[in-house]
Design a protein around this ligand. Structure first.
Ligand code: G6P
Length: 610
């Protein structure tokens, strides 16, 4: 999604802004731009549709040199991704960049047009520039005028503004879209994500909802939602380990797939005793709250939603707790009936997904027992606003298509299932100890699945010329099939659908022919025999089968049937293991098709708008 970078310094800031934009590229965008107050006193901008590298080339040809500037990567919401709609947007001596959506932009645009403002883009953002311009006529101080402006905006925004008449500062406002100030020595910065600024500082100050900030070279002032001058805590990161570096791998996605044994291990660290899950991993009040839980409501988007769907099988089968799972964009707008003592669980890699955050905020009004976030970013809004948290330890995920975040979420959700069952005394005898033991072995099993990399690469060749694919699974493998289909369509642009295998003859079988490969995940469980009959139904129609099957499942290669044997694993953990070959499959198909694996078209890493 959109990214913001800003800088006020003694040195030329253009290179800093560009480097910041490059570091935000992984979030997904379709145009980029920069505005600089130049050393000869002009406010100038350069914008380009496409990649930051195209903006960089334009700036090599015609450099902008100045000590104050803002920059942006735009992911189109209002208006096509073209130069005219790219940020920064200007009005008078002002330049504005914006993340989020202004919902009342049409009404504001009409009012501003009536006052003589001329619009040059189709964006909602441009109204902010003109409105602020209007406010400056009454109140010439930029910060004061910004405070008056945001009062009239409905929707979500992270904003950064510069004004050629007050070139000593950068001003910013946050409501619904994250912003962080980077603190330097005699220079300060702003970004929508601290990663954008790690090359210039390791000290950060996060803006809170409703904050307005005035950032000068040697000072930062922040006002809260009520207009009171406030101090926000500054944090220092020393790890330096977030290097946005692909290492030996060709793509971030492949690197992240291969990191899974390590990050799963990290997610388990400190959370298991000899033969139990440590319930305190969810926070000091977790044990007391979990004892009261009678239902679970899970809400998430995209891949995180699929993790929630797997968890439903676990929560009901192991802990005997009724569980509902819903995509956040539906949950937030539906009249929800909340059963007494329901735990609200949100799952999110980023912790900033607009729909998931809105669902959490709604849930707070609906009488849930408590809220728990399973999240990969400790400083995210979702974590800050939830009662309990379990941080997955996936590390930064750069590839837009989520991989290691998913498997660590599954680990977190299994820990949750066992914790709830433990506290409520609903686990069958010996189950917790067995699964704790299996969890300890999981990183090794994942390593074994990854060692099948080249086998899956070969299988990928079967898909390169295909336009449609079906993914089948039963039980907790159905959401795994959904995740496999999502990965394939996200990065290879092949149409892929997932079905519970038992539904095959209720419709999708009509599509099966020799142009439609069918991918199946087949662990060795009580549903195996039923699954085998479903597969016969596919073969009988000439459909080519790709089966990822337990080595003990007795499935063999045959004409039109390609069986990949998976290491044997406890059935409960099989969704985690069987995810790996499906990730590898979509990766290798995308590589064969030559698509942009890490930044697939039209998609964003973190969807911070509705
Ligand atoms: C976007 C990403 C997906 C992700 C989804 C939810 O669509 O491209 O990979 O699963 O958002 O994101 P979250 O950060 O809430 O898990």
């Amino acid at each position: 999604m959109c990214g913001i970078v800003g800088a006020v310094a003694e040195r030329n800031v253009t290179a800093i802004l560009l480097e910041g934009l490059k570091r935000l590229e992984y979030r997904g965008y379709d145009s980029a731009g920069v505005a600089v107050y130049t050393n000869d006193g002009k406010l100038l901008r350069t914008r380009r549709p496409g990649k930051v590298s195209e903006l960089e080339q334009a700036l090599i040809e015609e450099p902008l040199v100045g000590r104050l500037g803002i920059a942006h990567t735009r992911w189109a919401t209002h208006g096509a991704p073209c130069e005219r709609n790219a940020h920064p947007h200007f009005s008078g001596d002002l330049a504005v960049v914006h993340n989020g959506i202004i919902e009342n932009h049409e009404a504001l645009r009409e009012q501003l047009k009536a006052l003589g403002h001329v619009f040059t883009s189709d964006t909602d953002t441009e109204v902010i520039a003109h409105l602020l311009h209007e406010k400056l006529k009454v109140q010439p101080d930029l910060t004061v005028a910004l405070k008056a402006t945001v009062k009239e905006l409905h929707g979500a925004y992270g904003l950064a503004v510069i004004n050629a008449r007050q070139p000593d500062r950068l001003v910013a406002a946050r409501s619904g879209s994250p912003l962080v100030i980077g603190l330097g020595m005699g220079e300060n910065f702003l970004a929508s994500d601290q990663l954008a600024l790690r090359q210039v500082t390791d000290r950060f100050m996060y803006l809170e909802e409703g904050d307005i900030a005035e950032i000068r070279r040697d000072s930062v002032q922040i006002w809260d939602i009520d207009g009171a001058l406030v101090q926000r805590e500054s944090v220092q990161y020393r790890d330096g380990a977030e290097a946005a570096d692909k290492g030996e791998f060709r793509h971030y996605m492949l690197k992240e797939i291969h990191e899974q044994p390590v990050v799963v291990q990290r997610t388990l660290e400190g959370r298991l005793s000899q033969n139990q899950v440590l319930v305190e991993a969810f926070g000091p009040q977790a044990a007391e709250l979990f004892a009261k839980v009678r239902n679970v409501q899970i809400v998430a988007c995209g891949t995180s939603y699929h993790a929630g769907m797997v968890a439903r099988y676990w929560l009901e089968e192991l802990a005997g707790i009724p569980c509902q799972v819903e995509v956040a964009s539906e949950f937030r707008y539906r009249k929800v009936v909340v059963q007494p003592d329901t735990l609200f669980v949100s799952i999110s890699q980023s912790g900033e997904t607009a729909d998931t955050l809105a669902a959490l905020r709604n849930a707070k009004e609906l009488g849930f027992l408590a809220s728990l976030a399973i999240c990969n970013v400790g400083i995210s809004s979702l974590v800050r606003e939830s009662d309990l948290t379990l941080l997955t330890q996936a590390g930064r995920e750069i590839g837009v298509a989520s991989t290691k975040a998913f498997t660590t979420q599954l680990v977190g959700l299994l820990l949750l299932t066992l914790s709830l069952g433990q506290v409520r005394g609903t686990l069958a005898e010996g189950v917790e100890a067995t699964l704790v033991e299996e969890l300890r072995r999981l990183p090794t099993r994942l390593g074994e699945a990854l060692a099948m990399d080249s086998i899956v690469e070969k299988i990928a060749e079967l898909f390169a010329e295909k336009n449609h694919t079906l993914f089948l699974g039963r039980g907790a493998q159905f959401p795994v099939a959904m995740e496999g289909a999502l990965k394939l369509k996200e990065i290879s642009y092949i149409h892929a659908e997932a079905y519970p295998a038992g539904e095959l003859k209720h419709g999708p079988l009509a599509l099966v022919d020799n142009d439609m490969p069918v991918v199946t995940v087949a662990p060795n469980n009580e549903l195996l025999e039923k699954l085998k009959s479903n597969l016969q139904e596919v073969r009988a129609r000439g459909g080519e089968l790709i089966v990822f099957a337990d080595e003990q499942a007795g499935m063999i290669n045959g004409e039109g049937t390609h069986v990949v044997h998976m290491p044997h694993i406890h059935d409960i953990l099989s969704p985690i293991l069987y995810t790996i070959p499906l990730q590898l499959l979509s990766y290798y198909v995308a590589v064969l098709k030559g698509t942009d694996v890490d930044q697939p078209r039209n998609l964003a890493k973190s969807v911070t708008v509705e």
